[in-house]
Design a protein around this ligand. Structure first.
Ligand SMILES: Nc1ncnc2c1ncn2[C@@H]1O[C@H](COP(=O)(O)OP(=O)(O)O)[C@@H](O)[C@H]1O
Ligand SMILES: [Mg+2]
Length: 588
């Protein structure tokens, strides 16, 4: 039950609400329990006295009691729902904050659809079944317990006869509850699968159309959808079974009471008024007993859901900030790899004993076959991961000793795939610093060769981007990405195949921007274009996670090694600007 303890942490913040709801519940239950016994005694008193005074007094008391009960019900229901929605909102907030703190490797482990289901749907199950449900469950539990006490009080022998029915109801509730929980877990997994397929229908729309695989996608969706349907029908069948079975068992109990109780009244062991009260209590027990079984099933369902939420909450992040970490001072630009090894999966080295020293302001081109470790190397510079062995340093400081924020805010990263967020062009360029001045934004756009095309748009920098905004070409997106990376005027720039997938005109514009903005800044450029690579001060050739060659273009050609072979294989494209025909880009 450590899940319960974990959830309690969230609830404890609102303990006044909990206490209020419980107090109200207690009063409501007490009134519910008192009324039948009171009216039962009244019937006997009326038979004996035939007094209107007694009747009037009783009517007044019952009215007051029910008035009080209504007031307390309002408090109970309102506080319960407030609590449940509040805790659910807190849970969701924590889940999202956790995901924002994940190191990047976590995103390979988790599917977005799965995380969405856990954050939205599972939290809702917890809200309805556990948080709102539990006060209800406590109140019905109290009610059922109280009814048992009242039954024993009125006539324990008759109550004993009733007790035979209770294990039947309890046993059935357990079995059905187990079944419902197991099936719910499966149903939720299918929904997560559906979410993933819908997302792919959007993100992969072009590819799906291009390869004419619509039918396959529809088929995959149908398989998941049908499995989800079957699981839900199974749950419905269990729920449908629960209620009629319980009410039939209760009817059985009532008949037993009537039959046995009638005999006891005739024999003089029980007054008629108390038999009426006894019957009223048994009738009263029907609804709580039914909802108690439902609560039991709901509670199990909610614990399953919370278990899934917890897995997401507790997902370990490999990358931790040292509590003693200090802010990295303004970067000068020396980057050192000292005997660095790194593996995404144990034993499969992406970088192996790699040492590299990059001087401030140096422009380094990283070259190598796909999978050689180029992206991994620059990932370590931005500390998306920590090396398994060795150290990565900037200006002589181990990256593990500086704060992530101070490090990353001084690095400009332009990835191959440009991510634009819903918002204006200005918002997207100023993503790193929303309070940047318009002048800073325009300067960054000019440096990235993006200003001219932005200024030509009717809305200029206020043009909306995103799902229902302007769609831009690859080259335009890439230039926005460069402007975004330049906003903070970083001393250290990283371009990861930023120009690989562009047409020649965009390529020329970006190349011109690159030559200009990388001057005086330490730069890592991962590229296949010969024009880009030639412009570098230094070419570092990677193969299977190791530096195999390091030098200038002419030197490496003369060496006639890996670099020369990549050139011959046209792995390194001659840029169109140099008059050579542009071969198809290499696979990435
Ligand atoms: N997120 C990841 N999880 C597991 N393995 C990865 C991941 N990213 C890269 N790799 C592996 O690490 C090696 C180096 O990859 P990478 O640095 O992306 O190469 P490059 O950028 O040179 O193409 C490859 O063997 C690749 O399969
Ligand atoms: Mg790469």
């Amino acid at each position: 039950m450590s899940d319960m303890r974990r959830l309690a942490v969230y609830i404890v913040h609102y303990r006044l609400h909990v206490i209020g709801a419980l107090a109200a519940t207690l009063i409501v239950t007490a009134v519910n329990l008192a009324v039948p016994k009171y009216t039962g005694g009244l019937v006997d008193e009326l038979i004996a006295t035939r007094s209107f005074v007694v009747l009037n007094r009783a009517a007044f008391v019952v009215l007051i009691l029910f008035g009080l009960r209504s007031l307390m019900m309002y408090a109970q229901i309102y506080l319960t729902f407030y609590l449940s929605h509040r805790v659910t909102a807190d849970l969701r907030q924590d889940l999202f904050a956790r995901i924002q703190q994940w190191s990047l490797d976590r995103f390979a482990v988790w599917q977005a659809g799965d995380a969405i289901t856990r954050s939205l749907q599972d939290t809702q199950v917890v809200q309805v079944q556990l948080l709102a449900g539990s006060v209800d469950a406590i109140s019905t539990g109290l009610m059922v317990g109280g009814i048992v006490v009242m039954l024993v009080w009125i006539d324990w022998q008759l109550a004993l006869a009733m007790a035979l029915v209770i294990p039947l109801v309890g046993g059935m509730a357990r079995r059905v509850g187990h079944e419902i929980q197991g099936t719910t877990v499966r149903a939720q997994e299918h929904v997560a699968g559906l979410a993933g397929l819908i997302r792919e229908a959007f993100s992969g729309a072009r590819v799906i159309r291009a390869f004419a695989r619509e039918d396959r996608e529809i088929g995959r969706f149908q398989t998941q959808n049908e499995q989800s349907f079957r699981a839900n029908v199974r749950i419905s069948r269990m729920v449908a079974l629960q209620i009629p079975m319980v009410s039939f068992l209760t009817a059985l109990g009532l008949v037993v009471v009537l039959w046995l109780g009638g005999q006891r009244v005739t024999a003089g062991h029980l007054t008629p008024g108390l038999l009426v009260a006894f019957l009223a209590y048994v009738g009263f027990a029907v609804e709580p007993a039914v909802s108690l079984t439902r609560h039991y099933a709901g509670l199990r369902q909610a614990m399953g859901a919370f278990g899934r939420i917890r897995m997401l909450l507790d997902e370990p992040s490999e990358l931790r900030e040292d509590p003693a970490a200090v802010a990295l001072p303004s970067i000068i630009g020396r980057v050192t790899f000292d005997d660095v090894s790194f593996a995404y999966a144990p034993g499969r080295w992406a970088l192996r004993d790699l040492s590299l020293e990059v001087r401030p302001g140096e422009r380094v081109a990283l070259v190598g076959l796909s999978g050689a470790g180029k992206t991994t190397l620059v990932n370590l510079v931005a500390r998306f991961y920590d090396p398994a062995e060795g150290r990565v340093e900037i200006d002589g400081r181990d990256l593990r000793q500086v704060t992530l924020r101070s490090l990353r805010s001084q690095i400009g990263l332009v990835p191959q795939e440009t991510v634009l967020f819903a918002g204006t062009i200005r918002d997207n360029i100023a993503y790193a610093r929303p309070d940047a001045s318009m002048e800073e934004v325009i300067n960054a756009a000019k440096a990235g060769n993006a200003h001219d095309f932005i200024a030509a748009l009717p809305m200029g920098y206020d043009t909306m981007l995103g799902d229902d905004g302007l769609q831009m070409s690859g080259g335009q997106r890439q230039r926005l990405a460069i402007a975004r990376a330049l906003l903070n005027d970083p001393r250290l720039l990283i371009f990861d195949e930023a120009t690989s997938a562009l047409d020649s005109e965009s390529e020329a514009l970006i190349q011109e921007a690159l030559d200009r903005i990388t001057r005086g800044r330490t730069t890592f450029i991962i590229a296949h274009r010969l024009s880009t690579i030639r412009g570098a001060n230094r070419i570092v050739v990677l193969d299977q996670g190791q530096v195999v060659e390091d030098g200038r273009h002419d030197e490496l050609v003369a060496l006639n090694g890996t670099y020369a072979r990549l050139l011959r294989l046209q792995w390194l494209d001659a840029a169109p600007a140099e008059g050579a025909p542009a071969p198809a880009g290499p696979p990435v």
